[in-house]
Design a protein around this ligand. Structure first.
Ligand code: V47
Length: 366
């Protein structure tokens, strides 16, 4: 078993790329501590002791969705007791001057107009010009393109004109036709998701990429997902961050319990080692929990997302984490992990470095 870790250590020292088989053997390895240490070396070579976070807010304007994916606890139908729709005023109430990023995604709403979506961004951008808008997954971009009969380029161009800065990484789930047929048969598959991100990159819109794991996918499917992303990134260099999302079982009964901490840490570490062309690997505290996210900063992750404000998607599936964290708590989590907190914006530009032993003196205390 240790042979694979020796082999990977040697490949890293010779700057040789890991293969599919290497990644599969790493998933089979039992030595998570050594695996984490190898990933940490790679992380440190790029980011030294730094770990990133952002003062952000997630806004999910509606949970009404034309799809009914088997794995999703968030989406609902109009008329159900949990259905909601926000007005633009309600979206704006969730914005505030200290935010650097709003992360906007939601259900595929059956009736909202194209103008409503554009107006939402115009209003945010004019009232809060310092906030960067990271919004709409490739699934939503595809939906808008079909519903409003616009090309993908035109959808993105019009959003860009009203303030879109980046696309989040959602909707990728896992790039496997087998899993898609079982859990989200009416959602776009890998080719379309990758095509939309490629177009965004060509237009100068950076994006993220997620992987939903810990449900019915195999290790082969996890690795193939990462490799598809690595291939596109070689071509475009448009991805900022890779974010493994541990599936929250909620009420769907797809699985009875969440992936273990060991699985979380292995997935982060293998992502750092395999995705050698991704600058950032994010340990998402909402799905991992604060403690595992801070350990993940020793296993290849260099980012823990942000304050978030009001997380609804994972909490619809009964996530045990809080719905929000303060800036001070994020700084503390990162410091406890022995790293230097770096506050960033949505595009990973540095806002503030919290040097050691200096109390939190940044202007915001959310
Ligand atoms: O695509 C849905 C996932 C995603 C569950 O780009 C679930 O910075 C776990 O993409 N358990 C949306 N996951 C969230 C997302 C994201 C999150 C944080 C940062 C970024 C970024 C993107 O959430 C969906 C789906 O894969 N999801 N239900 C669930 N029960």
């Amino acid at each position: 078993m240790a042979a694979i870790l020796d082999r990977v250590a040697q490949k890293l020292s010779q700057q040789e790329r890991l293969t599919r088989d290497d990644a599969l053997e790493l998933f089979a390895s039992r030595d998570v501590i050594r695996l984490g240490r190898l990933a940490d070396q790679v992380k440190r070579a790029r980011w030294s002791n730094q770990a990133h976070f952002v003062i952000n807010r997630q806004i999910n304007p509606s949970n009404i969705c034309v799809l009914s994916c088997r794995f999703c606890d968030f989406a609902t139908k109009r008329g159900r007791p949990n259905a909601y729709e926000m007005t633009i005023h309600e979206v704006l109430q969730r914005c505030s001057p200290e935010l650097r990023e709003v992360h906007i995604v939601g259900g595929l709403h059956p009736d909202w107009t194209w103008d409503y979506y554009l107006e939402m961004f115009r209003a945010i951008h004019s009232q809060f010009p310092q906030i960067q808008i990271k919004a709409w997954t490739a699934v939503e971009i595809d939906f808008f393109s079909k519903k409003f009969r616009l090309s993908i380029e035109e959808v993105l161009r019009q959003f860009q004109a009203v303030g879109l800065a980046a696309l989040p990484g959602g909707g990728a789930e896992v790039f496997s036709e087998r899993v898609r047929k079982a859990l989200f048969p009416f959602k776009i598959g890998a080719p379309r998701w990758l095509e939309i991100h490629k177009i965004a990159h060509r237009m100068g819109i950076p994006t993220n990429a997620t992987l939903l794991y810990g449900h019915m996918e195999t290790y082969e499917e996890r690795v193939d997902h990462m490799l598809k992303l690595r291939i596109l990134q070689d071509e475009t260099h448009g991805f900022m961050s890779f974010i493994p999302l541990a599936y929250q079982p909620g009420k769907t009964k797809v699985v009875t319990r969440q992936a273990s901490a060991i699985e979380d840490l292995k997935t982060i570490a293998i992502a750092r080692l395999l995705l050698d062309n991704f600058p950032h690997i994010k340990a998402y505290w909402v799905t991992m929990g604060e403690e595992i996210a801070s350990v993940a900063l020793h296993c290849g992750a260099d980012d823990i997302d942000g304050t978030i404000g009001e997380e609804r998607i994972m909490h619809a599936a009964d996530a045990a984490s809080p719905v929000s964290l303060t800036r001070d708590r994020l700084v503390e989590l990162i410091r406890e992990a022995g790293c230097t907190p770096v506050e960033r914006d949505a595009l990973y530009r540095t806002v503030h470095v919290y040097n050691d032993h200096v109390p939190c003196e940044s202007p915001v205390s959310q």
